[in-house]
Design a protein around this ligand. Structure first.
Ligand code: F0G
Length: 463
């Protein structure tokens, strides 16, 4: 933890404001709130004031990369000019952010694109994008003198909160659906010392219960309904633009679960556009697993009938991409705004499409967890549909690390993830040999011949 004695002594004021157009109620950032007290709408953090010029901001952010202050080196706090945290705050950081933006030629070829960039948020300290929001939410928890921080989670929010709470020395409780969280994610939360509460039922049930409890007890809830989480996560959009030398991509594609991440990117790009840091916004598209796709259904319904927007929760969501096994996303209105304002789209991909896309991302030497691979599967579909053009600039957000769910990956490559009727196109089963030198050298010879490698490349082009 570092005391925040930085150079952010500007007189900027931030407020919390209801996003509902017929309400817009305003609250101070010192209030522990998740939704509007007047109408129950989601809250945005808003800046009341003017930022320094785009040129000066860009140069400040660049200079901070060379600084030895720990909060300058964080990919989130480097952008603190756009964060609603007071100078006297004690920053809780694990030096999150600064994640790589990779060229992914095999994934590009799989999608029939000339090129594709993958921003790997799985390279954060706890292996998922949640850290960029959690650093701000837990810092705010300290500001508010919270007694306990808590969340409902499919695993990654929990692991991230557990780590940041440990850094802050705050008690932490997480609620997870029993038997539906990967072993790796659960192990993280246990190791970081969180109280882990495994509940019968699904994520949506955990989320509803924890919202109820946090209204009654002095608990600080840090799911993405918490606007401070979104503030941290929005800085990823700023970092991405810096990495792209401020050249805006045509398309940005994000996996959708509880819909906090797409909300955050939407907010980040909207703010950069409003303050003149960029001259246009990318089309922001959201991809859901077909078995857990209430937002995609809302989008489809709205194309046919443009009446009042109302998301119908999916009662029994089911996807093997357990991170996004969510039927009642809490931030859908903000995610809708992001898609709608930027002319993006919402689509679904099937289980086998997710699994194959994940294996292709692996072949780029990058790897990710299943939920992240919805992006590449979705981009492939959008190219097929002519919504993305071959030569356009496309960025996909990978949200979690490959090692978050090795059970899924192992099953894919040994052909046991799905029933036998589902073909896994890029299966890479271990070769079992007795250990005799001649058997092993036969395998090596085959590899040196590269016959397998080349035919695999060919298959990739043709699929
Ligand atoms: N990808 C991964 C790896 C995730 O863990 C999540 C969400 C998402 C995508 C979807 O992001 O909810 O902002 O739309 N995980 C949450 C959790 C729900 O509890 O870890 P979203």
């Amino acid at each position: 933890m570092a005391p925040f004695t930085g150079d952010n002594s500007s007189p900027l004021q931030f407020v919390q404001r209801c996003i509902e157009s017929n309400c817009h109620a305003e609250y101070s950032i010192e209030q522990r709130l998740y939704v509007c007290k007047e109408c129950g709408g989601l809250l945005d953090i808003e800046l009341n004031g003017t930022l320094p010029s785009p040129a000066s901001l860009k140069s400040t952010w660049k200079d901070r990369r060379a600084s030895s202050e720990s909060y300058d080196r964080s990919g989130v706090w480097r952008f603190r000019d756009v964060l609603p945290i007071k100078d006297e705050a004690t920053i809780v950081s694990l030096q999150e952010g600064n994640t790589p933006l990779y060229d992914a030629p095999r994934s590009a070829s799989y999608c029939n694109l000339d090129s594709l960039k993958l921003k790997h948020q799985g390279c954060n300290p706890t292996g998922s994008f949640k850290d960029t929001g959690m650093t701000v939410a837990v810092t705010q928890a300290l500001m508010l003198d919270s007694k306990l921080v808590a969340c409902a989670s499919t695993g990654n929010t929990a692991a991230s909160l557990a780590a940041y709470a440990a850094r802050a020395g705050l008690p932490c409780a997480i609620m997870v659906p029993a038997g539906q969280v990967s072993a790796a994610k659960l192990a993280q939360s246990l190791d970081y010392g969180a109280a882990v509460i495994e509940v019968d039922g699904n994520f949506d049930g955990c989320m509803a219960t924890i919202r109820e409890i946090s209204d009654e007890l002095p608990v600080y809830l840090v799911n993405s309904i918490n606007p401070f989480r979104i503030e941290g996560q929005k800085t990823v959009a700023f970092e991405l633009m810096e990495q792209l030398n401020w050249k805006v991509p045509d398309h940005l594609v994000i996996p959708g679960g509880n819909l906090g991440n797409s909300s955050a990117f939407g907010k980040g790009f909207r703010e950069m556009f409003a303050s003149g840091l960029i001259e246009q916004q990318p089309h922001i598209s959201v991809v859901q697993a077909s078995g857990a796709s209430p937002f995609a259904r809302l989008y489809q319904d709205h194309l046919q009938n443009t009446g009042t927007l109302k998301l119908e929760p999916e009662r029994k969501p089911h996807t093997l991409a357990s991170a996004i096994n969510i039927g009642a996303p809490v931030s859908w209105q903000k995610a809708w705004r992001a898609v709608n304002e930027t002319g993006g789209t919402v689509l679904t991909v099937a289980e086998a499409e997710i699994a194959d896309a994940k294996a292709i991302i692996g072949r780029d030497g990058i790897g990710c967890e299943p939920a992240s691979a919805t992006t590449v599967a979705g981009i492939r579909k959008l190219v097929q549909q002519g919504i993305i053009q071959r030569g356009q600039d496309v960025v996909a957000i990978l949200t979690g690390h490959l090692l978050k769910d090795t059970d899924y990956t192992g099953k894919y490559h040994t052909g046991t993830l799905f029933s036998e009727s589902v073909e896994t196109k890029f299966r890479n089963e271990p070769v079992k040999v007795s250990g005799a030198v001649d058997q092993i050298s036969a395998v090596f010879r085959r590899l040196i011949d590269q016959r397998e490698y080349k035919s695999d490349e060919l298959a990739l082009q043709q699929k």
